[in-house]
Design a protein around this ligand. Sequence first.
Ligand code: SF4
Ligand code: SF4
Length: 170
Amino acid sequence: MEAVDSRPVTQGDLDWAEASTADAAARMGLRLHTEGLPGALMATLDSQRWCEVGSRCLSCGNCTMVCPTCFCSSVHDESSLSGSTVSRVQRWDSCFSLDHSYIHGGSVRSGTSDRYRQWLTHKLSTWWGQFGESGCVGCGRCISWCPVGIDLVEEANALLGRGARRREAT
Ligand code: SF4
Ligand code: SF4
């Protein structure tokens, strides 16, 4: 750190940081209704909306790769060609891959709509039971990087009968 060119922080720096944060918050135009959301989502498991979003989703896994809270991984054993060494390797994985839910005899979540439902309900509902908080920090990366424009906020609001509005005044 001694090699880094630096100076003591000033009140002006602190004011700038605070104003920048407030400015960013004021420009957020997307709103997720979170009141009662975890329980309400679990009542939508048979909704046709899952099929509709599943028909658009490519199961590419982009949303899980960019999400700061996604942590799923898989483990593989790899042997060398000579057969002299074996390595156990952990890799990033995604709940959108068919193999991720493979249990003897097949994948539990065989359809894209099943996998999208798993992802969204984990983020916004079952994460609460697992960790006591939401699995979504509201960064919007999954929306920015979805190649077909699927929007987690739009889907959640639509599932809860709050309209499929992409943007809503806060
Ligand atoms: S908006 Fe939520 S679900 Fe999407 S990438 Fe950010 S934390 Fe993950
Ligand atoms: S990024 Fe979009 S298309 Fe890809 S898996 Fe996620 S929701 Fe589906």
